[in-house]
Write a protein that binds this ligand. Sequence first.
Ligand SMILES: O=c1[nH]c(=O)c2ncn([C@@H]3O[C@H](COP(=O)(O)OP(=O)(O)OP(=O)(O)O)[C@@H](O)[C@H]3O)c2[nH]1
Ligand SMILES: [Mg+2]
Length: 187
Amino acid sequence: MHKVVFVTGNEGKFAEVRDILKTFGIEVIQDKNGYPELQEDELEPIAAYGAQYVANKLKMPAIVDDSGIFIKALNGFPGPYSRFVEDRLGNPKVLKLMEGETDRTAYFKTVIGYCEPGKEPLVFPGVVEGKIAYEERGTGGFGYDPIFEYQGITFGELGDAEKNKVSHRRRAIDSFLEWFKDKLEKS
Ligand SMILES: O=c1[nH]c(=O)c2ncn([C@@H]3O[C@H](COP(=O)(O)OP(=O)(O)OP(=O)(O)O)[C@@H](O)[C@H]3O)c2[nH]1
Ligand SMILES: [Mg+2]
């Protein structure tokens, strides 16, 4: 079985990536030691730098996942600052910021960064479009899931298996696998 190290402190991300890659015969090992996260307006350079850093540190191929929620009425906020905003404000205060906003359009984005020691990093983005709900709904998932509606149902209501079929993270992993499968076939 193929093994990949995934550097993340986020158990929700880890469980999703582990479950998705398991169905493709890839075992995911969590490393919780973190990496320096650049402060950038885009997720791609953060994931690229992080993947390169961890691959060289661990001396083995590794992936990282940098994600965020981008809310149109807030000009893309919190985007790359989603972790900070989750910790400092949380969903109730994000909903307060959205009071009176009729355009609820938002998207979730994940960028998977992959790198091998001594090589250049690769990035694989995935996006899912949805809407910011008017209240938190559902207890599944993590983070912003209870306020993110996909086709009228929040990710918190959807359940892990269903979220993993349509999520930003699933789409990023699919794009990573599209590239990675050639490697698997050769090894
Ligand atoms: O509702 C959600 N559904 C998701 O599918 C999802 N994926 C990420 N997030 C949140 O967005 C921020 C990313 O920050 P982030 O990429 O730096 O991750 P993190 O700091 O939690 O872990 P690490 O991987 O960096 O160790 C964090 O607040 C995450 O909780 C999500 N929220
Ligand atoms: Mg982080």
